[in-house]
Design a protein around this ligand. Sequence first.
Ligand SMILES: Nc1ncnc2c1ncn2[C@@H]1O[C@H](COP(=O)(O)OP(=O)(O)O)[C@@H](O)[C@H]1O
Ligand SMILES: [Mg+2]
Length: 254
Amino acid sequence: MRIVAVVNQKGGVGKTTTAIHLAAGAAEAGRRVLLVDLDPQANATSGLGLESVPGKSLYPVLLGQARAVEMLQPARQANLQVLASELDLAGAEIELAGLENPLLRVREALAPLRHDPAFDLVLLDCPPSVGLLLTSALVAAEKILVPVQCEYFALEGVGKILNLIGKIREGGLNPDLSILGILLTMYDARTRLSQQVSEDLRQHLGTQVFRTIIPRSVRLAEAPSHGRTIYEYDNSGAAAASYRQLTSEFLSRL
Ligand SMILES: Nc1ncnc2c1ncn2[C@@H]1O[C@H](COP(=O)(O)OP(=O)(O)O)[C@@H](O)[C@H]1O
Ligand SMILES: [Mg+2]
């Protein structure tokens, strides 16, 4: 089983959209997938059409009050389970800080699943703020995937994440953490800026940048309000095609 965190300390760059569509895409490709929603805003949970139910989430697992396996919710799609978020997760940052080894909580929560043949892949949809939840996710993950919006300062943003990864590695909590790939999102082929950001990132980061680029798509922005993935909402469109292509690139990199 592989654990991949979808990370960027900026909000609105496409983390949740990417986590949902890699999870659903990999499930469609026959992998048994668990999507863990670590963001108190619960966008991954609702984007898949699931309810954020108090007491049925990652939250009690982090606090040691329940086991992950008891908290899973099946998505509509076969092969896809969700460890949902709930609003209480916002308070977990503070509650965790009072516990022993708070940074190991996510890793420990997932540990029983590690050798569970029911899962091939765990995707962690991370919150934007650099706090205990995000750091704990980085301690639990083997690889990270960084979605980057095609806008000015994109490169600086990536630099900050690479720094954070470096600190986690050097701190000894997760010495093997590595980058699976950097993903350009919300690409608008009509703008010079999108092209420039894409060229810049490839020049500095080379093959760390996924070949697949996710275009800006109104359909993609609409889908979560219907609780559906783009594969359900607009399966023949360009956005669904790009996330399918990303899924296959992602799976071959793994
Ligand atoms: N490629 C895209 N084209 C257009 N809108 C997008 C795209 N990717 C994401 N969005 C929309 O942009 C907003 C932020 O995306 P989201 O995945 O929630 O980012 P994050 O999890 O990083 O905050 C959401 O409303 C989402 O539906
Ligand atoms: Mg999000």
